[in-house]
Design a protein around this ligand. Structure first.
Ligand SMILES: C[S@@+](CC[C@H](N)C(=O)[O-])C[C@H]1O[C@@H](n2cnc3c(N)ncnc32)[C@H](O)[C@@H]1O
Length: 276
């Protein structure tokens, strides 16, 4: 069950006809409203009005005032799609919605929100994050919605509660810690490049890259005062397509989960920066 939250002044967006599934014979079920690519100044005003307090999202401990170079993760192609299944809106996943997806001619194997959950936990649990070196995480969904995750957020560890929070984020556009004004999760305007430090090194990751590197050696070659941006896929199949990275590297001769790939990246940096 999703923990309680409070909400004021929320305006619903119009449904996009184009993105609805074929609903023949599906009177009870419909795809949720198209999620926006971001919001303009006016929308931000509305968003200010809407305060969503999540008791389930406390602020975690981390050294937040470090001036040392930092790390940003971008998780691309995350499977976080909202649909009305029966009477309620839900984040679609291949376990719980196999029949629904089949009826709507969708490949259930593509609906894997657990991948982004595990990837986020892998980032947020790392000593690198606890040492205050994580600047931000940006998640871009398969549908093109971009949101920011603050480094000090403590996400639910169980999938059920995580999906409840993702659902509220995608519907209300931001989530604030209980009793605070700071938004710990918020939908933001595309493109992600406008939030990345100008002089940062941006590395994309793919098993299919011909450049196979040992991550520890690879990060050792990067200047010590440069911020680093790591772009990892949060989807089940396919390859990240990014025009903003300085190329793609493979960091193992084997395909890994996004969470495992992230753990390898974090460990290499913890080594480089003597974070124990
Ligand atoms: C579940 S995988 C995606 C599956 C996809 N077939 C692939 O291998 O790219 C999630 C992400 O982990 C990263 N990844 C997985 N194995 C990797 C490897 N050996 N080297 C570099 N990145 C890897 C990639 O960014 C990938 O998009």
């Amino acid at each position: 069950m999703v923990r309680p939250y409070t909400m004021k002044g929320h305006k619903r967006k119009k449904k996009s006809e184009e993105d609805k599934y074929d609903r023949e014979g599906e009177e009870e079920e419909e795809v949720a409203e198209e999620q926006p690519d971001g919001f303009d100044e006016d929308d931000q005003g509305q968003e200010e009005e809407a305060v969503h307090e999540m008791e389930g999202i406390p602020i975690g401990p981390s050294d937040r005032n470090t001036k040392k170079p930092g790390v940003i993760f971008v998780l691309e192609k995350a499977s976080l799609e909202v649909a009305k299944v029966g009477k309620s809106y839900q984040i679609l996943n291949s376990d719980d919605h196999a029949n629904f997806l089949k009826r709507n001619n969708k490949n259930a194997g593509d609906y894997r929100p657990d991948i982004v959950h595990q990837a986020l936990l892998s980032i947020l649990d790392s000593p690198l994050t606890k040492a205050g070196r994580l600047r931000a995480v940006y998640v871009k969904t398969e549908k093109g919605v971009l949101f920011e995750v603050k480094p000090h957020v403590r996400l639910p560890r169980t999938y059920k509660r995580f999906s409840g929070i993702m659902l509220q984020l995608l519907q209300k556009l931001s989530i604030t810690a209980a009793g605070k004004r700071e938004k710990l999760l918020r939908v933001i305007k595309n493109p992600v490049t406008q939030y990345l430090p100008v002089n940062s090194k941006k590395i994309g990751f793919s098993y299919s890259s011909e450049k196979l590197v040992k991550m520890r050696n690879h990060v050792a070659t990067i200047s010590d005062d440069m911020d680093l941006v790591f772009v990892v896929g949060a989807m089940a199949h396919g390859k990240i397509e990014t025009d903003y990275t300085d190329g793609l590297v493979a960091i193992s001769g084997y395909p890994m989960s996004a969470a495992r790939c992230i753990a390898r990246i974090c460990e290499a940096l913890e080594d480089k920066w003597d974070i124990l």
